[in-house]
Design a protein around this ligand. Structure first.
Ligand code: 2NL
Length: 357
């Protein structure tokens, strides 16, 4: 029995993995293990022999079992230590970067402009980008064969052969949205219409798709003085320059009478544009008093109501505000340049910016 004891205790001590321990357990105390077999022989012994061998075998079995358990735990700890020393993490390393979306400057500027006009009581109107020539031209006092139709570089959507109805067009301005708003709401009304517009033109300052925002206010005594105040209020908030000067130059649009192009004060210093400083001027929008025929086309009585309207390029004022030199960068290039101009997903919330004054 001492031989058995020595054999198994030494083997358990020498074991280096759990599989070996399990083999030893089966060989010693399993159903047909050596110690188990010895215990079965107790029945054949004399009572005197059994009184000595019984407790001794039980003690041996307990001893081997506890040696197995102790060794098993020790092996488990060692395995965990080995894993821990191998699979450590350096929690001080910088985190892996996540792909980060950005707000497009045109979207941001659109929101800024909307927020500023919302403060002055204007609501936002939207409409289709595929228009018919009534809303895009006729209603705006641009009849068929009027030379102004050619000036818009319109994209026409061809009809099937034999279909002689006038073609649809990609809207060349957001004015159709304002006509639809007049039809829907009537006067008095104050709306702005931001959105995509299309003209067949492409160079450093023109892309075939660009963004416009138009506004109008109609009431019984809306005047050009109201227009001037609203626009000056807008420029001061948008460019964050109190008291920025504006200049109204007489102009002509078919849809307004009288019409004015509006410039803002600026200067050039070392080839850099400075808005709101100096004695130079930069054209930023077109405007005027709504033509009576346009009011009528929108179902508004020009004998009772009058209103102002204006239109400007969102992309253009975004370029001015953020110093972006080439319009094509907005739509043709990849977006790495956006970060260069300071746009990121964590940018200042748009509304907070537009409303701070
Ligand atoms: C420009 C000029 C302008 C308007 C747009 C307008 C709309 C209606 C009636 C009358 Cl429904 N006018 N819009 C008026 C004057 C100028 O845009 O240079 N835009 C970039």
């Amino acid at each position: 029995m001492d031989d058995l004891r020595q054999k198994y205790l030494e083997a358990v001590a020498a074991a280096t993995d759990e599989a070996t321990l399990e083999d030893l357990r089966v060989a010693a105390v399993g159903k047909k293990g050596e110690i188990s077999l010895k215990m079965r022989e107790l029945g054949k012994m004399t009572p005197e022999e059994r009184q000595v061998a019984g407790p001794a075998l039980n003690a041996l079995k307990d001893e081997v079992n506890s040696a197995l358990a102790a060794k098993k735990e020790a092996l488990g700890d060692a395995a965990l230590d080995a894993r821990l020393s191998e699979e450590w993490l350096d929690v001080t390393l910088p985190a892996r970067g996540r792909p980060e979306g950005t707000i497009h400057p045109v979207s941001q500027v659109t929101e800024e402009v909307i927020a500023i006009f919302a403060d002055m009581g204007f609501s936002v109107a939207e409409g289709p980008q595929i228009e018919n020539d009534f809303y895009n031209f006729d209603a705006l006092n641009i009849p068929p064969h009027h030379p102004a139709r050619q000036e818009f570089d319109t994209f026409y959507m061809h009809r099937d052969e034999g279909d002689n109805r006038p073609p649809h067009v990609l809207r060349t301005h957001t004015s159709p949205v304002q006509i639809r708003a007049m039809e829907k709401t009537g006067a008095p009304i104050r709306v702005i219409a931001p959105g995509r517009v299309y003209r067949s033109d492409y160079d450093q300052t023109h892309t075939p798709m660009f963004h416009q925002i138009e506004g109008m206010a109609i009431g019984e005594d809306i005047s050009m003085a109201n227009l001037k105040w609203v626009l000056e209020e807008f420029f001061a908030a948008f460019f964050e320059i109190d008291g920025i000067k504006t200049r109204f130059r007489a102009s002509h649009f078919p849809f307004t009478e009288p019409s004015a192009e509006v410039d803002i004060q600026c200067s050039w210093v070392d080839g850099q544009l400075r808005i709101g400083e100096g004695d130079g001027w930069m054209e930023v929008l077109g405007s005027g008093m709504m033509h009576p025929k346009v009011l009528q086309a929108g179902g508004v009585d020009p004998e009772k109501y009058q209103g102002f309207a204006f239109g400007m390029g969102i992309d253009r004022i975004a370029m001015l505000k953020y110093g972006i030199p080439d319009l094509r960068a907005f739509f043709d290039s990849d977006l790495r340049w956006l970060r260069h101009y300071g746009f990121s997903a964590l940018d200042v919330p748009t509304l907070a910016r537009g409303l701070s004054k």
